[in-house]
Design a protein around this ligand. Structure first.
Ligand code: BJW
Ligand code: ZN
Length: 258
């Protein structure tokens, strides 16, 4: 479906999807940077994306941190400061309310922001960690106990580890690093147990997150993609909703109420 927000086709598609959702007992939602775009958080790829301005390998790899921890920390601290001023948008709010309607709704996100939580969502599975957590770069136990630190800006940069005197690093997953095994297992189990998988605002190119999303027809899940642009996933879903999340999700919620 490709439609403007006021397009009657949106009304019809929303009514159709509301029917699909209302028959579902378990929902799994997988979100990416696009769900936070309307909150002013830059995405990674595409127009205005972070990787258009910054080179991923210079900032989001363990090698980059080893080479220049201060540069990497400055970039994350800049993003933390920006994020502190952002607010959840209508898409985050709808998903948080849907956890009330479907208590077992699993919310799996690749995002390191906390906008799902700030909209009221709970038990969010953060596949790529959190920008608000820090851990010891050497992996020592005291540093590893995730320190949620929302002081912005952080002082000093790079911050020292209280355990070993080495450096703390952002509690996010960089390229080449393993995702937390428990988190990915819980996400995979939630997807496997769901009737409907809603994929919202991701380019679906980063693994293993992208591999969590089942192909339409391969399992019992009905797969819906909400994204204004086509992605490698688009050909493999049951329904494409080619609209911004902050438009599509409220429209579907309104149709559910009718
Ligand atoms: C809207 C919208 C609106 C706009 N509404 N939508 C298989 C093949 C090839 C490579 C690999 C492979 N398996 C693994 C790899 C390597 C690599 C990888 O996947 N590379 C690919 C890029 C090719 N993966 C890894 O390295 C992962 N680790 C790993 O595999 O470890 C193996 C290992 C095992 C054991 C020991 C050791 C290692 C780790 C990946 C970590 C990704 N990290 C980042 C940075 C996090 C920290 C930070 O934020 O700084 O995560 S990269 C970045 O991409 C970030 C995101 O979470 C992730 C996904 O991006 P996302 O969310 O999809 O954003 P965009 O920008 O790409 O897309 C936004 C979408 O929104 C677009 O489609 C828009 O159209 C849409 N949109 N406005 C709805 N209003
Ligand atoms: Zn340490």
């Amino acid at each position: 479906m490709t439609a403007g927000a006021d397009d009657p086709r949106l009304q019809r598609a929303s009514a159709y999807l509301a029917g699909v959702l209302s028959r579902a007992s378990r929902l799994a939602v997988v979100t990416g940077a696009g769900v936070s775009a309307a909150s002013g958080v830059p995405t990674f790829r595409g127009a205005g994306g972070l990787w258009r301005t910054y080179r991923a390998e210079e900032l989001a790899t363990p090698q980059a941190f080893d080479r220049d921890p201060r540069l990497v920390w400055e970039w994350y601290d800049w993003r933390r400061q920006h994020l502190a001023a952002c607010r959840p948008n209508a898409a985050h709010e709808v998903l948080a309310r849907w956890q009330g309607r479907w208590p077992e709704l699993a919310l799996v996100t690749q995002n390191v922001d906390d906008l799902h939580e700030r909209a009221g969502a709970r038990d969010v599975l953060h596949l790529h960690g959190s920008i608000w957590d820090v851990r010891c770069a050497r992996g020592c136990a005291r540093g590893r106990a995730a320190v949620r630190d929302d002081r912005v800006p952080m002082v000093p940069l790079p911050p020292p580890c209280p355990g070993c005197g080495g450096l703390l690093r952002p509690g996010v997953v960089w390229f080449g690093e393993a995702l937390d095994a428990t988190t990915i297992d819980r996400a995979a189990a939630a997807v496997a147990a769901s009737d409907v998988v809603l994929v919202v605002g991701t380019s679906a190119v980063v693994h293993p997150a992208a591999a969590l999303i089942p192909d339409a027809g391969a399992g019992r899940q009905f797969v819906v993609e909400v994204n204004p642009d086509e992605t490698p996933l688009s050909a493999r879903v049951n329904v494409q909703v080619r609209l911004p999340a902050e438009v599509a999700l409220p429209a579907i919620e309104a149709a559910l109420a009718r």
